[in-house]
Design a protein around this ligand. Structure first.
Ligand code: UD1
Ligand code: CA
Length: 431
């Protein structure tokens, strides 16, 4: 751990997102931007603070859902709006302070370590961009930063500067305490800009060094378009990690895998799959365009075009196309085509025919279906829950099982007698 305090700025509205959700709560790979940045910060130091104001309770709750050892700083964003206003009430443990914009979900602990090798009073991260649009421009002379000017305040000459402020800074604590109260809001946005500290520090002959960084780690998110490009970068990181661990992915650009998903053994994931939450996939083949939500799949094959909804556990099982499974345990089962299996437990050797539906909901409550070993459920059957089917049972095709129990070894059949009406076709069509 480093002797440095981290402060994450998360109090802004993020109006360019055009959303009711506070900017830092928008998600990348299933987790909020703020979650990603706090997680990486805690790998760097034990002193992490988050500045809150806009939707402060929601923002705090999101942090507390995952982390317990975080301090919150409340910004008075009515009187002191802006990134400088965010730092007026800080309390920090160490003499060095790393300030991070909260809208940088791609940052890693490794990328943050780079700040610590530089001798300066202030070090700030910069990119050199062909298209600097949206970022604050950084004036550099003789390898020192002179000042930062926000895009909205820049003159035509400054707008052409391609060095931009990436939004992470390492300060000596005393510098923050000295200059933050001196900031003014005399600018286009009538905000207190943290970035104005640089020019003030330079006037006092302090050393301000630029640290050239890579946008794949330091990208700031201001719009839904930025969010989408950060998502692709984060997805590629997650998928690359698993591919290097022996997971085969066909056309990985088309696959979406969330941060908490775990693979084990040898798995094949075909194109177009979406695997979310805490799903666990072991020695299995997930065929194209399947969706797996918070479920476990072990020694099985799923899809194409199958949907495992949350809390499904699939073991030694074949799930075919257009099958939806919800909150069910299947062990040694075949569900080949077009079925809905909900709130069920199905045991070894059982075959579920095409188009079988567990009718688990009566409009008010949900009920369970339990199916034993070696049961053959014929196609197009409806199993009305609550229902227990014992072992070695045959359900005839087209049966509506409307009892709560089918005894071991039996046949269940419900059919209307088939009739033939001679010559009906010719009479009906007047041929
Ligand atoms: C900021 C920088 C800009 C830089 C860019 C990099 C300033 C004045 N400008 O601009 O030079 O190029 O980041 O991405 O700092 N926040 C608060 N309280 C507020 C306002 C914002 O906590 O009152 C937080 C936001 O939640 C956000 C971060 O500060 O996480 C940055 O705010 P944002 O409005 O996105 O700043 P930019 O305009 O992008
Ligand atoms: Ca920003």
């Amino acid at each position: 751990m480093n002797q440095v305090s981290i402060i994450i700025l998360a109090a802004g509205k993020g109006s360019r997102m055009k959303s009711k959700t506070a900017k830092v709560l928008h998600k990348i790979s299933g987790k909020s931007m703020l979650y990603h940045i706090v997680k990486e910060s805690l790998k760097v130091t034990d002193d992490v603070s988050v500045v809150v104001a806009h939707q402060k309770n929601k923002v705090k709750q999101e942090v507390l859902k995952y982390f317990s050892n975080i301090n919150f700083i409340e910004q008075n964003d009515t009187n002191f709006p802006g990134t400088g206003g965010a730092l007026r009430n800080i309390y920090v443990k160490y003499n060095l302070v790393l300030v991070l914009n909260g809208d940088m979900p791609l940052i890693t602990a490794g990328a943050l370590q780079k700040f610590f090798g530089i001798k300066a009073d202030i070090t700030l991260s910069i990119f050199d961009l062909k298209n600097p649009n949206g970022y604050g421009r950084v004036k550099i002379q003789e390898n020192e930063v002179r000042y930062i000017v926000e895009q909205k305040d820049a003159n035509a000459h400054e707008l052409k500067i391609t060095h931009v402020n990436a939004g992470i800074y390492l300060f000596k604590k005393d510098i923050l305490l000295k200059y933050i109260p001196k900031l003014t809001n005399d600018n286009a946005q009538k905000e207190y800009y943290l970035t104005d500290i640089i020019a003030m520090a330079k006037k006092d002959n302090l050393i301000v060094k630029p640290l050239l960084v890579d946008e794949t780690y330091f990208k700031g998110i201001n719009s839904k378009a930025d969010l989408a490009s950060a998502e692709s970068i984060m997805q590629m990181r997650i998928k690359k990690k698993w591919m290097l661990n022996g997971i085969t992915m066909q056309l990985p650009d088309t696959i979406y895998i969330e941060e908490d998903v775990i693979f084990e053994g040898e798995c094949i994931i075909e194109n177009g799959c979406r695997i979310t939450d805490r799903s666990f996939i072991k020695n299995s083949h997930i065929k194209s365009c399947s969706v797996i939500e918070n479920s476990q799949v072990i020694d099985s094959d799923v899809g194409p075009l199958a949907h495992l909804r949350p809390a499904s556990q699939i073991k030694n099982t074949h799930i075919g196309n257009f099958v939806e499974i919800k909150k069910s345990n299947l062990d040694g089962v075949k569900v080949g085509h077009l079925s809905y299996i909900g709130d069920s437990e199905i045991d070894d050797g059982t075959n579920i025919g095409a188009g079988v539906i567990t009718c688990n909901y009566d409009g008010k409550k949900k009920y369970k279906t339990k199916i034993g070993k070696n049961v053959f459920v014929g196609s197009d059957s409806q199993l009305i829950a609550p229902l227990t089917i014992e072992d070695n049972v045959l359900i005839a095709a087209g049966t509506t099982v409307n009892s709560t129990f089918v005894p071991k070894g039996s046949l269940a059949i419900s059919r209307v007698k088939l009739e033939f009406k001679e010559g009906f076709f010719y009479k009906f069509f007047k041929l």
